[in-house]
Design a protein around this ligand. Structure first.
Ligand code: IVH
Length: 663
């Protein structure tokens, strides 16, 4: 089939698949099929860039990073909404409309907790995405907006229009992101709104694309151009054009209808996958909206009912410090137990000393507690008016609470660390981490048991877990260990040897390696020997891995060769299991260097294809290089390859391989 036609076909299949999945929540092809078509399209577009369509789904992964965003003046200012907090204020709002001689007719919608965005389409194609900014001037975040899968790149009709809506992050996405960030020593994001805003304003659209943002469109600009008379109709029209709109939208005719809607949404709130912080009430008829008018900041025909914040007060009894496996010191609030949204809370993390200071917390304070992202309890502040004068100032400690080593603080970091590698707290937490669910997932070895095994001297280091089977008799002598449960634990420890490389890499606690990076490394290298052979440069070539992380990984393996050897001898499988990556004997896990030009292909094109089969492409030839690809006018790399006796592929050979793979 000719390439141009196939590119069109793939673009259409993939865009429709995205719409079905992300907009309609009704997938009709499998992820595998999607990936297969996507790979085919990427290959064809690299070969024939002139045929790529402006709505190609390949843009969704993000492109080159920018230094800053261009400022754009909104054609029509982006207004905000006035707030109401109770029944009386809602009645007032309705009354003001009636006073204009207008019978209220309200569309009720969820108030999504995110940030607003304006999208401009020309002849059916998305051309610009602008943040609200100060309402008058926003920032051009088009590249990031294109990575949001529920935003159509092309509409069902070739028309020009501007729409507005809310970009947001799902609760689960934030929880996952924060878990990763915590493991990687980065500050957690306070709530879905900050997370969405931070993600949409990433200068690197590749990062934005990983943040899995979503959108609801709730506003069509200049509806009269389309002969649309009401907001309710406008929403249906937006839906028909391919936009993702809110589901619970309801048309009501009086204040009671609004109150009923608020009640329904209050009950639903917790079950939603995204956060809503209230309900928006909009007068339905456009012509009448203009009569009701605007203030400088708000439309008078709409308002936002804000849910009361779910917060409780309790006493901050103490602030205690814990030591993580990396040595990081975390202050924790010890609270008078209190019930919040169904669970009893007696502890809450205070993150770091700066957080405590910024919230001006004193021991003995009455503090307010809120559930951030509906899961993790957060101390949001002290009630100053309830101070008695008996409160004690917060004091950051200077020595490790466990081993007494003087704490250190790296410049530009907020955290204090215990630098003592043999600090028992660090050791125990390292062992707990090793057996934890995302790591080796050894069931039966909970935090307390691991701590006890450490204290009793059975397990001082990771390898000791695997030696426990020889100490069964001794273990049985201690209270609380029944034969059956010990057998089960020993079985689980044995079984963990087959967890696979990704889990091992995460479990051993390489500084900066969260479970996501561990998976990336395992996919890329598939075997620990290849990974240990990689240079800093090889590692830096991997997407998502920067210089610091690459250096950490490299140094870690340099310093821990004996430890890795020991794990291997124990029989821990250090291969990646269940990888579904594409494999090719000529390419997979080999290290390539390209020199000279190859007619018909750019160097990047070849690199991408090799990488898609898990080949590793680096800049300089070394004894670890497997193949040097030599084109016309090669540089000194060619000579070096010859002198090191490294396999060479000439232009003919690489062209043949590229053509084969494109089939
Ligand atoms: S309509 C002129 N509808 O809330 C009317 N806004 O507090 C403009 N928001 O800036 C907004 N959900 O970012 C509208 N269903 C909804 C909304 C919504 C969330 C946000 C929006 C706005 C802010 C005002």
């Amino acid at each position: 089939m000719d390439a141009k036609k196939r590119i069109l076909e793939l673009t259409e299949i993939l865009n429709e698949a995205s719409r079905r999945y992300y907009v309609l929540d009704d997938p009709y092809i499998t992820d595998q099929e999607y990936d297969k078509y996507m790979r085919e399209l990427i290959l064809l577009e690299t070969k024939y860039p002139e045929y790529a369509f402006p709505d190609s789904p390949t843009q969704r992964v993000g492109g080159a990073a920018v230094d800053k965003f261009a400022k754009v003046t909104h054609k029509i200012p982006m207004l905000s909404l006035s707030n109401v907090f109770n029944e009386e204020e809602i009645k007032d709002f309705a009354l003001k409309i009636e006073k204009e001689g207008i019978t209220p007719q309200f569309v009720c919608e969820q108030k999504i907790d995110g940030l607003s965005i304006s999208l401009i389409y020309e002849n059916g194609l998305l051309v610009q995405g602008i943040t609200r900014g100060d309402g008058i001037v926003g920032e051009d975040v088009t590249n990031n907006v294109k990575t949001i899968k529920s935003i159509p790149l092309k509409l069902k009709e070739n028309i020009s229009l501007e729409v507005r809506g809310e970009v947001f992050m799902h609760k689960k996405t934030l929880a996952k992101l924060n878990k990763e960030r915590e493991k990687e020593g980065l500050p957690v994001l306070a709530n879905v709104r900050n997370a969405a805003a931070g993600s949409l304003r990433q200068l690197d659209s590749k990062v934005a694309s990983q943040r899995q943002l979503d959108v609801f469109i709730y506003y069509l600009m200049e509806p009269e151009k389309f002969g649309i008379k009401t907001h309710y109709e406008a929403i249906n029209y937006l839906k028909k054009l391919g936009f993702k709109t809110m589901e619970d939208t309801k048309l009501v005719y009086n204040v009671q209808g609004v109150l009923d809607y608020i009640k329904e949404e209050t009950l639903k709130r917790d079950k939603l996958t995204y956060e809503i912080d209230g309900v928006v009430i909009k007068h339905n008829i456009f012509r009448e909206q203009q009569e009701i008018g605007y203030t400088a900041k708000y439309p008078k025909w709409a308002t936002a009912y804000k849910f009361p914040a779910i917060e409780v007060l309790t006493k901050l009894k103490d602030i205690i410090f814990t030591v993580g496996r990396t040595g990081r010191i975390t202050p924790n609030a010890v609270l008078e137990p209190v019930i919040l949204m169904g669970s009893t809370i007696s502890r809450a993390t205070l993150h770091n000393a700066d957080y405590v200071i910024s919230k001006n917390l004193k021991i003995g304070d009455i503090v307010s507690i809120k559930k951030a992202g509906d899961v993790i309890p957060a101390v949001t502040g002290a009630i100053i008016s309830r101070r008695t004068g008996q409160e004690k100032d917060f004091q950051m400690i200077s020595n490790c609470p466990m081993c007494d080593a003087p704490l250190i603080k790296k410049e530009s970091q907020v955290d204090y660390f215990c630098p003592n590698e043999s600090c028992p707290a660090r050791k125990i937490n390292g062992l707990i981490h090793y057996v934890s669910r995302d790591a080796m997932n050894i069931e039966g070895l909970g935090e307390e048991i691991v701590e006890e095994l450490y204290n009793l001297g059975f397990v001082k280091r990771i390898a000791d877990f695997y030696d426990l089977k020889t100490k069964k008799e001794q273990l049985l002598e201690f209270d609380g260990y029944g034969e059956q449960s010990i057998n089960k634990i020993l079985e689980n420890i044995e079984a963990s040897k087959q967890s696979g490389l990704a889990r091992v890499l995460y479990a051993i606690g390489i500084p900066g390696i969260g479970s996501k990076t561990a998976k990336v490394l395992a996919h890329r290298f598939s075997n620990i020997d290849y990974l240990m052979k990689a240079s800093i440069e090889d590692l830096e070539n991997i997407p998502d891995i920067g210089e610091t992380l690459a250096t950490n990984i490299y140094n870690y393996f340099l310093e821990h060769q004996d430890f890795i050897e020991e794990l291997k001898n124990i029989g821990i499988n250090m291969q990646e299991t269940g990888s579904i990556r594409k494999q090719n004997d000529l390419i997979t896990n080999k290290k390539f260097v390209i020199t000279g030009t190859i007619a018909g292909y750019s160097r990047n094109e070849i690199k991408e294809v090799l990488e898609s089969y898990d080949g590793l492409v680096s800049e300089s030839v070394s004894k670890n290089t497997d193949v040097v690809i030599v084109g016309d006018n090669p540089g000194s790399k060619y000579d070096k390859a010859i002198s090191l006796n490294i396999e060479i592929w000439n232009s003919e050979k690489i062209k043949e391989i590229m053509a084969d793979l494109a089939k």
